[in-house]
Design a protein around this ligand. Structure first.
Ligand SMILES: [Fe+2]
Ligand SMILES: [Fe+2]
Length: 217
């Protein structure tokens, strides 16, 4: 039995979340092939299959796992039980399935994102947001926005980064509308990406000017 077959057999998820999980596994491989061809799609597939492994556990069960795996949470993080599953799933991925730290970290940050994400973190975070089984409006909008950017941007990595930024904005706006707490990690991630995209744009404009010999105004 392969690792992926074993994980699929071990998953205890509702039908809807099981389909979502398969959708993320499919999407993460496509994102990696497009943007980061040196990444291991096998490892990413394992991360995708495990990313919501504990999502349907009760908060109490999550807390037991947090204790078992010495998962430290900030006061801010402790306020949002919905986010616990990313940390507990990452711990189980390492402990039970022997996933390496780099891959487990993609599971750990798949809900909040973080500033300066690794390539694997970016792929899993975004695949979780835009996989094909996602039907809520916000996800469809982000998916369509990213697809438009792919057609428009010469550099497909820019399309990915702008897509991820749009997803952060969308999540933050949604939480504000619902009057809910916003995880500072997501805000930091959003701000870092704004800076990165701006700096890349400025660098490209400068390079274009140098190529065409045009002076800046
Ligand atoms: Fe999740
Ligand atoms: Fe998910």
């Amino acid at each position: 039995m392969t690792m992926t077959e074993k994980i699929i057999k071990d998953l205890r998820l509702s039908n809807e979340r099981f389909l979502h999980t398969l959708g993320v596994a499919d999407c993460v491989k496509r994102l990696a092939e497009r943007h980061f061809p040196l990444l291991s799609t096998e490892k990413l597939e394992v991360a995708a299959l495990l990313h919501d492994f504990t999502k349907e556990y009760s908060t109490d069960k999550q807390l037991v796992l947090c204790k078992k795996y010495n998962i430290v949470m900030t006061d801010e993080e402790a306020k949002t039980p919905k986010l616990y599953h990313a940390k507990t799933a990452a711990a189980i991925a390492k402990d039970t399935y022997g996933v390496d730290d780099y891959t487990a970290s993609a599971i750990y940050y798949h809900t909040t994102g973080r500033a300066n994400m690794t390539d694997a973190e970016l792929c899993l975070y975004f695949a979780d947001y835009i996989e094909d089984y996602r039907t809520d409006k916000a996800c469809i909008k982000v998916r369509e926005y990213y697809q438009k950017l792919l057609a428009k941007e010469r550099d497909h990595l820019v399309a990915l980064k702008k897509g991820v930024l749009y997803s952060y904005d969308s999540t933050i706006m949604h939480l504000i509308k619902k009057g809910e707490n916003i995880n500072p990690t997501t805000i930091e991630a959003r701000n870092q990406l704004v800076d990165e995209i701006k700096q890349n744009g400025e660098r490209k404009t400068k390079n274009d000017r140098q190529r065409t010999g045009k002076k800046s105004k």
